[in-house]
Ligand binder design. Structure first.
Ligand code: MRU
Length: 365
């Protein structure tokens, strides 16, 4: 997608052919900085500290991280160590594990001296597949927005939570891909962007990328969505996912579940958009089975922002001494999800729906 007319991807091979460049998302929206990842440690740190984030991008970065590890230690023990290091960075997004398994299986088939080139090329393929999947999600989901516009004759207002745009993937995004597709076709669309406390991915990242691409949007406080749905302001909700189970339970950024409850109560269609790499076919009951990342309480007690003079400051916002909790994700049960938008089409949030789109998984399961 574009930033001020210039197309970018979130991760791309460095011209040196042995490292990768990423957009440092901890510096957005106030500074656009590229950073180079050259080692396993660089990649693990980038994922852990959220220089890169968003389930598909975490997966691609982990794939490149495994490649970078092969430059230093291409032994079989080196593969195991690198996989363990990268897998431990963030526990909820299944794309991380999926990408590591795919690259590691590939590496075990070749001799150590071939492993760096093999992994680097495979990571590149995963990145290209992610772009293709997200583009296809945009085509399928874009139809839902276009149909809504055709039915009402009004601009379509879409509420989204967190950042599931191109910054969370390699390009296009998941939840925002249908919005970019509709916008490109001239369908009038307006996005309500949840700020997404505590890390404000909506206010900082979703707003940044929609603004950069010229898509009309409004940032709202996380607590405003229910009220706006009650008053008919929201046509539909589209969110991303960090892990979706085989029966369609959708795990996504904390607060997604509350939006789904409000959408259900107000008969607002609620969609999750995700590529195949986000589906965990080994799990059914998302509420009980998906590990939820607990992050540093400092994300709740403190906020960082830009001052009027252009400097930056981190301030305390919670009464000193009060304990805090910071679960990073929640699970929306399938019964609250109107449909799942994938690269293969739209299905119901159910085992029938998902296995219908991915029949090859039925035999694998
Ligand atoms: O903690 P984050 O910022 O990595 O969480 C990201 C989200 O929850 C996204 O909405 C999700 O990964 C969907 S990704 C396209």
């Amino acid at each position: 997608m574009n930033i001020d007319g210039q197309p970018y991807r979130t991760i791309f091979p460095d011209p040196d052919g042995v490292s990768v460049q990423v957009i440092d998302q901890t510096r957005l929206p106030f500074a656009f900085v590229l950073t180079r990842l050259a080692t396993l440690e660089d990649a693990a740190l980038a994922i852990r500290t959220m220089i890169v984030r968003g389930a598909p991008l975490i997966g691609v970065t982990a794939a490149y991280g495994l490649a970078l590890a092969m430059r230093a230690d291409p032994s079989t023990a080196g593969i195991d160590r690198a996989v363990a290091t990268l897998a431990a960075t963030r526990p909820t997004a299944i794309n991380l594990r999926w990408a590591l398994d795919r690259v590691a299986a590939n590496l075990r088939q070749v001799q150590p001296e071939e492993r760096f080139a093999r992994a680097y090329a495979e990571a590149g393929r995963i990145a290209e597949e992610d772009v293709a999947s997200c583009r296809a999600i945009g085509v399928h989901g874009g139809r839902i927005i276009a149909d809504r516009h055709a039915a009402t004759g009004r601009p379509v207002t879409v509420l989204t939570h967190c950042n599931a745009g191109w910054l969370a993937t390699v390009d296009w995004g998941t939840a925002l891909a249908p919005i970019y597709a509709a916008h490109a076709q001239g369908v009038p669309v307006h996005v309500l962007v949840d700020e997404t406390r505590p890390r404000n991915q909506g206010a900082a990242l979703t707003a940044f990328e929609l603004h950069g691409h010229g898509v009309p949007h409004t940032v709202i406080a996380d607590n405003a969505g229910g009220h706006l749905m009650q008053h008919g302001t929201v046509d539909l909700c589209i969110v991303g996912s960090d892990r979706t189970t085989a029966r369609g339970d959708v795990c996504n950024k904390i607060g997604t579940y509350l939006k789904a409850l409000a959408a259900h109560d107000n008969r607002v269609p609620f969609y999750a958009a995700l590529p195949f790499s986000t589906i965990d076919w080994t799990l059914d009951d998302g509420v009980r089975e998906i590990p939820i990342e607990e992050r540093d309480g400092r994300e709740v007690t403190h906020m960082t922002g830009r001052l009027a003079d252009g400097g930056f400051a981190t301030i305390e916002v919670v009464s000193p001494g009060s304990p805090v909790a910071n679960p990073a994700f929640d699970v929306t049960p399938a019964r609250l999800v109107t449909g799942i938008i994938t690269e293969r089409g739209v299905c119901t949030a159910s085992a029938e729906g998902l296995y219908g789109l991915y029949p090859e998984r039925r035999t694998a399961a």
